[in-house]
Design a protein. Structure first.
Length: 238
């Protein structure tokens, strides 16, 4: 499978390293402001976007031009970007996730199941930690886990607490920690009367995200047009 990589930061370089040892994959080009322009001599069979939000339009245009699957790992995307992804998904397979770790995919499912089983009587708090260079907060994974914990109920969300906040309300709170070289840590806590349930995931290396993304793009290559998630991938492959 011939792949085009948009974004050549830490994740891009990790993906390139893994692909070099995979006989089923080949990177035929890289798009990045710090690299020479991509010539487009070979048509890609899949595009991976681990750039910045402003780089997404390039990936959308290339996926449309070459009629190939697009996997998006860029976080911090707004409503306009998401609308563009939905529009493209009418033509080609598109997957957009904040985290491609298989462990996080399982965590999201477990959190959703717990939220449904425990109901409104449990308070929900999410804590995430990342390296000092991460640009956005909270992480896309934390927001994804918030959606799973909320399970469509529309609870209000707060980001940290300060001052005389008074009694806790019916919100979901997200707390972001930044420092060192932490690859990614997430915990979702359900606090009930006299009991607490905690789900935790620790990423020891970004390699797990790259491996998951490459497994997902292989899978996406065999799908019809549509907007897919890691939930779809897990249900179809496990």
């Amino acid at each position: 499978m011939k792949l085009l990589l948009n974004g050549y930061g830490r994740m891009g370089r990790m993906i390139e390293e893994i692909v070099s040892g995979d006989p089923e994959l080949e990177i035929i080009g890289k798009v990045d402001p710090l690299l020479p322009p991509w010539t487009g001599e070979i048509a890609p069979e899949g595009i991976l976007d681990f750039s910045l939000p402003e780089g997404l339009d390039t990936s959308l245009a290339l996926a449309r031009k070459y009629n190939c699957p697009l996997l998006i790992g860029t976080t911090g995307l707004g409503a306009d970007a998401k609308n563009k992804m939905r529009e493209l998904s009418r033509l080609v397979p598109v997957m957009a996730e904040a985290n491609y770790s298989l462990g996080v995919a399982v965590l999201k499912s477990a959190v959703r199941m717990a939220a449904r089983a425990l109901g409104e009587s449990f308070d929900i708090e999410i804590v995430e930690a990342h390296h000092r260079k991460k640009a956005d907060a909270p992480s896309g994974t934390a927001l994804m886990l918030k959606d799973a914990a909320d399970d469509g109920r529309g609870k209000p969300v707060i980001y940290g607490r300060q001052g005389r906040t008074g009694e806790r309300g019916d919100e979901i709170a997200i707390h972001a920690l930044r420092g060192g070289t932490v690859a990614g840590e997430h915990s979702v806590n359900f606090f009930g009367d006299n009991e607490t349930l905690e789900f935790r995931h620790f990423a020891e290396s970004r390699r797990i995200f790259a491996l998951g993304a490459l497994r997902a793009i292989k899978w996406l290559g065999g799908k019809s047009a549509g907007l897919y998630t890691m939930d779809d991938f897990m249900e179809d492959t496990l």
